[in-house]
Design a protein around this ligand. Structure first.
Ligand code: PGA
Length: 247
């Protein structure tokens, strides 16, 4: 049985002092025995939030990182820096990074491999636009993303990671994919992992759904056999996040 994993993606919200206040507000609401909980926070909030969650089971994640260990890459943050600060997870390939910061699958493949090398667990995002869904190429597109992003990743590494299926048309729009739509793609992703690796890897890898997850729809989504939790944006900044974790 895979353990569910619910990760909050705080995006570019919360100053360091606001982040500590939010973490402290959420901690008593999200302590669950049965679910892994992650706060993915802006880089500048990592150190104080790691401190705030000390002594709880909540892990801290980053929202991005660079693939080089160090050097002349002004403004970037490396995997070893994240690890040293106490980070366990890193979101890679979020659609906002792909769109606004022009991150492509060749770059993301380097980041995924570096995350593993450093001992971080990637939360690798994939997902189609509304146009792609209407053209009927959702699964083709996601196959292309994941095959490229996972090139050179071993079965053992893949088994330990998290993939987040986030249809772009459902992010921040209040328009959630139906649980059947989400399950169809998450199931197809698991089949792809079986094809790329083997059955055991496909059974072990955790696949989240993301896109307007909230306290009211989490239970139905997470009841689906191939949905192992959620990547949560807007609702992760409110007490509603507790309802999602305790779905
Ligand atoms: P949302 O964001 O929950 O606000 O739709 C999800 C995400 O972008 O990870």
């Amino acid at each position: 049985m895979r353990r569910k994993i619910v990760a909050g993606n705080w995006k570019m919200n919360m100053t360091p002092s606001q982040a500590v206040a939010l973490a402290k507000e959420l901690i008593p609401l999200v302590e669950s025995e049965n679910v892994d909980v992650v706060f993915c926070v802006p880089a500048i909030d990592i150190v104080p939030v790691v401190e705030a969650v000390k002594g709880t089971k909540i892990a801290v994640g980053a929202e991005n990182m660079y693939f080089e260990d160090k050097g002349a890459f002004t403004g970037e943050i490396s995997a070893p820096m994240l690890v040293d600060a106490g980070v366990k997870y890193v979101i890679l390939g979020h659609s906002e990074r792909r769109e606004y910061f022009k991150e492509d699958d060749v770059l993301l493949n380097k980041k995924v491999k570096k995350a593993f090398e450093a001992g971080l667990t990637p939360i690798l995002c994939c997902g189609e636009t509304l146009e792609q869904r209407e053209l009927g190429v959702t699964l083709d597109f996601i196959r292309l993303q994941l095959k490229s992003d996972l090139a050179g990743v071993t079965a053992k590494q893949a088994a330990s990671m998290v993939i987040a299926y986030e249809p772009i048309w459902a992010i921040g729009t209040g328009k959630t994919a139906t649980s059947d739509q989400a399950e169809e793609v998450c199931g197809a992703i698991r089949k792809l992992i079986c094809e790329l690796y083997d059955e055991a890897t496909a059974e072990a890898i955790r696949i989240q759904y993301g896109g307007s997850v909230n306290g009211g729809n989490a239970a139905e989504l997470f009841a689906k056999p191939d949905i192992d939790g959620g990547l949560v944006g807007g609702a992760s900044l409110k007490a509603d996040f507790g309802k999602i974790v305790n779905y």
